[in-house]
Write a protein that binds this ligand. Structure first.
Ligand SMILES: Nc1ncnc2c1ncn2[C@@H]1O[C@H](COP(=O)(O)OP(=O)(O)O)[C@@H](O)[C@H]1O
Ligand SMILES: O=C(O)C1=C[C@@H](OP(=O)(O)O)[C@@H](O)[C@H](O)C1
Ligand SMILES: [Mg+2]
Length: 168
């Protein structure tokens, strides 16, 4: 499995679709799977049940996808905070999509779909980047920069790097 990790706004969901299309494989996104299982949007799950409950649903979604799906899997930005989720990723190709503060802020915009950013988007992203970057680095088997690049360009680099290493 090719797993994409990284902060909100790194482009995981967008780039994951492109990587899968290039490889002719299927893609799954854990945020989408959690919403489908819960029957509610992520913002409602956070407000009604809290972040811990969301992380448990997310861990189950990662486990289910790794067991039943082959191809590309895109995670939510906080999934790798969960030690159980990190253990599940061992042995897979884990791509850290790196993004700086300015590009991340531009990309997430002012949408309300990401509850952890409510209030002060720039400040929240900065805190999360500082806290989580070491975790992303520790889990990744490949790191790809995305600042100032198109999703197509980023997807191309991922496919090239993985194809070089694992010709199929
Ligand atoms: N490399 C990029 N350059 C510019 N915009 C991007 C890039 N990657 C993604 N986007 C845009 O940023 C927004 C967030 O992308 P998304 O794939 O949802 O990120 P993530 O899943 O990492 O939070 C989307 O509107 C997407 O079209
Ligand atoms: O970073 C996080 O903790 C989160 C990232 C979101 O996914 P994206 O990274 O795909 O935006 C989503 O899982 C939720 O809002 C929490
Ligand atoms: Mg996403």
């Amino acid at each position: 499995m090719i797993v994409l990790i990284g902060p909100m706004g790194a482009g995981k969901t967008t780039v994951g679709r492109l990587v899968a299309a290039r490889l002719g494989s299927a893609v799954r996104d854990t945020d989408h799977d959690v919403e489908a299982t819960a029957g509610r949007p992520i913002s409602d799950i956070f407000v009604e049940d809290g972040e811990e409950a969301f992380r448990a649903l997310e861990r189950a979604a990662v486990a289910d996808a790794l067991a039943s799906h082959d191809g590309v899997l895109t995670l939510g930005g906080g999934a790798v905070l969960d030690p159980g989720t990190r253990e599940l990723l061992a042995g897979h190709d884990v791509v850290f999509l790196r993004v700086g503060l300015a590009d991340a802020v531009k990309r997430v915009g002012l949408g309300t779909g990401r509850p952890l950013l409510l209030g002060n988007v720039r400040g929240r992203i900065k805190t999360l980047l500082d806290e989580r970057t070491p975790v992303y680095e520790s889990v990744a088997t490949l790191v790809v920069d995305t600042d100032g690049r198109t999703p197509e360009d980023v997807a191309g680099e991922i496919v090239a790097a993985l194809t070089r290493r694992e010709p199929s």
